[in-house]
Ligand binder design. Structure first.
Ligand code: ADP
Length: 210
């Protein structure tokens, strides 16, 4: 394992005897990162949660990394500046990579507004291990929903650096799947994503939850 950015040249990668594929075999399915991107209020957390329920109920080992929740802990020192958003995504992707290495299906829900950062996140994973879901919803609709009252605050100037209002959102050019929540319900959205995920998981003996 090479890393040009290491601060010390005295660190050596120690190989684990138990490999990702051993853990995947034990779990009965492959492990992947499902990365949700989209405007605030587009439905990332809601759909990721609903998808997690479906996976869990099928006996799939999964875990949701929600951008807001991570800012309570590992990312608590980060702001919404461009630089900190980059770091927010880098850390989330790295944590996700550990989960995937541990054989878990990871769902990450973050605005992740910049193509470059999402590309970097994808680059941490093997081919076919990273699945990008673009939760596409018009700014107008997101602002109408405003589930956390953030758009109102952003319009009043009480929140600076707000994606869609005072910071850009770069639409994914090549998402693995695009879900338009202006037209689709949460249930319909999950049903649209599920077949793609099942195909990737190579399900063998995942147990159905009682
Ligand atoms: P995000 O994680 O993208 O910021 P949230 O999931 O927190 O968004 O909030 C989305 C809000 O929009 C929720 O209150 C949800 O109930 C509502 N909503 C309405 N229609 C939909 C839909 N079709 N898909 C997802 N969320 C929807």
């Amino acid at each position: 394992m090479k890393n040009e950015n290491l601060n010390s040249s005295h660190i050596t990668w120690h190989q684990s005897n138990i490999k990702k594929k051993n853990r995947q075999k034990l779990n009965g399915h492959k492990s992947i990162m499902i990365w949700f991107t989209g405007l605030s209020g587009s439905g990332k957390s809601t759909i990721a949660n609903a998808l997690q329920n479906e996976l869990f109920n099928k006996g799939i080992h999964c875990y949701l990394l929600d951008g807001d929740n991570l800012r309570y802990g590992i990312n608590r020192n980060l702001t919404f500046s461009d630089e900190d958003r980059k770091e927010n995504i880098r850390r989330t992707a790295e944590v996700g990579k550990l989960f995937v290495d541990a054989g878990i299906v990871v769902l990450a829900a973050l605005i992740s507004p910049y193509e470059e950062d999402r590309k970097k996140a994808r680059s941490l994973f093997e081919k076919d291990e990273f699945f990008e879901v673009y939760i596409n919803c018009s700014l107008q609709e997101c602002e109408k929903r405003d589930p956390k009252g953030l758009y109102k605050k952003a319009r009043l100037g009480e929140i600076s650096q707000f994606t869609g209002i005072s910071q850009p959102y770069e639409e994914p050019k090549n998402p693995d799947i695009q879900i338009n929540t202006t037209n689709l319900s949460v249930k319909e959205s999950v049903q649209k994503i599920l077949p793609y995920i099942f195909k990737k998981l190579d399900l063998k003996n995942a147990r159905k939850k009682e």
